[in-house]
Design a protein around this ligand. Sequence first.
Ligand code: NAD
Ligand code: DAU
Length: 339
Amino acid sequence: MPDTFEPHNIIVTGGCGFIGSNFVRWVAREHPGVHVTVLDKLTYAGNPANIAGLPESQVELVVGDICDADLLDRLVPGHDAIVHYAAESHNDNSIANPEPFVQTNVVGTYRLLEACRKYNVRYHHVSTDEVYGDLALDEPRRFRPDDPYKPSSPYSSSKASSDLLVCAWHRTYGIRATISNCSNNYGPYQHVEKFIPRQVTNILCGIRPKLYGTGENVRDWIHTEDHSRAVWDILTKGRIGETYLIGADGERSNIEVLRQILSIMGQPEDAFDWVRDRPGHDRRYAIDPTKLREELGWRPIHTDFSEGLAQTIEWYRSHEDWWRPAKEATEVKYAAQGQ
Ligand code: NAD
Ligand code: DAU
């Protein structure tokens, strides 16, 4: 039987980033009785505008670093759960400069676990399917919770390290923890460095989209709102000490997704550039979400990828003020890497 837990006053780390802010807005809408303290350092990827307009009585922003133990000592007491999204999240950045990934993703998780231990707080750890490495393009197998960890990049190895810390803190100190490993998210408020927003905003700026390598690499797309609901289900009904994989049967090759974007945006299907491949580029991710579906009854709502993609494109079209300030610097960085 799953454990049940009724949160009243939660900390969401990284709540000004892409997935964290979508979770905060989802909780504010679906669970108006729950108070949310967002703890976010506001790195290049964090933007307070992502949670603007939510009721002040329900959502509070604390600007700070998850690695700051003194801040955690002041903030954590009185909260009943931490949902940990904060991370350095971009593979390409981790290849160019791994250090912030070790600091935030590994040391930051350690500090949060220590705070949970000290103040007896429930902990949910948001992680990635990339900890399992990659699959061959043609094998029928998908990732399952008990698969061995085999991360490829500095980013995914830092996330894998943080997952292992959570397992140890649960087993050794009895921390009430769960872990979720999710596949690639799409939806509003995703930084323009990531694949879908980069291509969409390139087209909106008159720049040709950029495809790495052969374009055959496969990602398993899930709408960020379906991810939010899954995290809530695990937080409130998941078994303590367990890992749940989150995925929505959304496998598609990069070239297929790019052609869909080009088609929706009225561009010829070959109106893109092939660019240098990512070193160590994972070939394919695919999630078997059976455990989440059977134990917790979770189902994705956004099952029509074309419709979700069209809505996401429309969001970027109508929110140029949101993405424009980050666009130029992002493209300058990519150009320097030959991408
Ligand atoms: P993001 O880069 O958009 O946002 C990260 C947020 O964390 C930002 O608001 C940033 O300011 C904040 N942050 C960074 N370092 C911090 C620190 N030291 N202290 C406090 N705040 C800090 O990331 P995202 O894509 O929304 O990913 C969120 C989480 O979900 C990450 O843990 C990531 O590993 C995981 N995840 C992402 C995906 C995906 O498709 N994007 C899929 C599965 C799992
Ligand atoms: O699987 C979950 C992971 O998904 C998360 O843990 C990461 O935080 C998140 O960033 C994402 O990682 P990816 O590396 O898969 O996402 P990204 O958007 O960087 O790239 C998706 C695919 O598209 C990947 O195969 C690389 C390719 N790509 C990316 C960019 C930015 C391109 O072909 N061209 C591009 O311009």
